[in-house]
Design a protein around this ligand. Sequence first.
Ligand code: HEM
Length: 551
Amino acid sequence: MPEALSTVITRHPACPSTHASDVALPMHPAVGVAEPPVARRFFLAAIVLGLTGGALWGWLLLRQIAGAGSMTAPRLHDVNAHGHIQVSGWIGLFIMGFALQAFPRMWGTRLSMPHVAWAVLPLTLLGLACVAGGQWAAERSDLAVAAVVSGGVLQVIGGVLFLGVLAATYRAARRRPVPADGFIAMALVWFLIQAVAGPVHALRAMTAASPEALVDLVATWQGSLRTMQVHGMALFMILGVSLRIMPGMFGLRPIPAARGWTALGLLMLGVLASAVLPAAGRLSGSHALFAGLLPAWALIVTGAALIVLPWKPWQGFPRRDRSGKFIRAAWLWFAISMAMLLLFPVYQRVHGAPFSHAWAGAARHAITVGFVSLMILGVAARVVPSIRGWDPARLSSLRGAFVLVNAGCALRVVLQVLTDWNARAFDLIPLSAVLEFAGLAWWGASMARVLCARSVPAPVAAGAVGLHPSSPTVVRPGPDATVHDLVAFRPSVRPRLARFGLDTCCSADRRIRDIAAEQGIDPAVLVHALLHDDGPGRGTATDCCQGEARR
Ligand code: HEM
């Protein structure tokens, strides 16, 4: 029996029930020593990029826009460099970190080729710095094109390694696909497509033969690229992960498989059509193709609604947690952004301009900051403490960050649309970025504190939080208890979960019996190992299954 397992489960003199040494235990890949959270570096890098290349650079762009009184005042390459850092850095690195950390747990296995996974971050970071740096240096330095090409290659290599590690891990899990897997697989397909298309589009924009050719290129392809990045990669990943972890995290009803697969089909059709039709319409000159955009967006809304509506995000979730408000607000912003897209033709008719950059940009900001970023803030507010063994209930509610980001996003969306009607709206628009920056920095500091902490704060005993082991709200930890029940019964379990490849977000609703079956051990032994911190050199005596450690 490997060292890790024997140190975790040994005979405890005070507890007569069965122990590892009584039972021959086949080794399961998920059991082992607590691995350093691979996500930590990805999350920290994403936070730094989201604050700098995202909100701060965004603020500088808004100051230019306010100064010139025009939404198109900043250089296209600067805007797209900001966009590249946000899509590949802020969103992309969060997706990568979360996937490498949580997917093996969600699939009941261990990460394959962890040494390869460690190479993904430096490759991706260097790549996106070169691409964004090259875009910023366009028409300013002869090295710009070379930077974008080499950066693009590095990013694609990093992306392919990332996908290779996930594919090997999924294969090792030998599992029957469920809708959540379908969504995640499609999100990763969009991830790879945009990882190639992003730098290629940047290169073509930087080498366009004339300003007219540049405008034509942007009008034909940029919208499709954004659709693949946001409605493809980000939305599919959010729906896939939500299907898997929201029921356990918030006590929500699991979505039936048939409904999940139907939603996936509708969303794939909708996103594919809304990515292809604009480019096909411009290239073929057939404007009829643009008419297909409305039904395509309607398919996206229907597909997402099939999954989200049963969870009633307009009311509080059954299981309360500080992350809940972020996730509910994110779905509200998704609805606002999709409504703006569906109303676009009406708005254009009322406004009378052939294309409103203000309305299109506002709808995009509602989905990139309102939906995707708030979703990241919410999921991370739960995941980061749980991968570090901290109790989220003992951390700040982050209400201030929540209010600032929502207020900033609302101000941006409303003022940006108003710029189509009153030029004075430009004056206040940079303030929106200040609020968003402050909110993101508040949340980012709280995440960094937990991610960089050297130790886990001492857990609160069940009694201390008024939860007596025999209280009716606490389920006695038997084989049919879930990980969530075990933690509610004895918070000191939390830091020990990682040793068994578990945590309180992806494994919250998993039953001990199922986990033990997967790991090939007796459920009672697993309950004991989780409830009793009797690893070597701990020198504690536990009162088996009856309560907290006595010194
Ligand atoms: C947090 C605060 C942010 C600020 C202040 C900000 C600001 C801006 C500004 C001023 C523009 C150019 C004007 C326009 O097209 O509307 C822009 C464009 C863009 N932003 Fe942001 N942004 C922020 C966050 C984000 C986030 C989180 C994303 C995530 C993906 C993002 C992605 C983009 C993209 C892709 C574009 C280019 C749009 C295009 O294709 O034309 N931004 N942003």
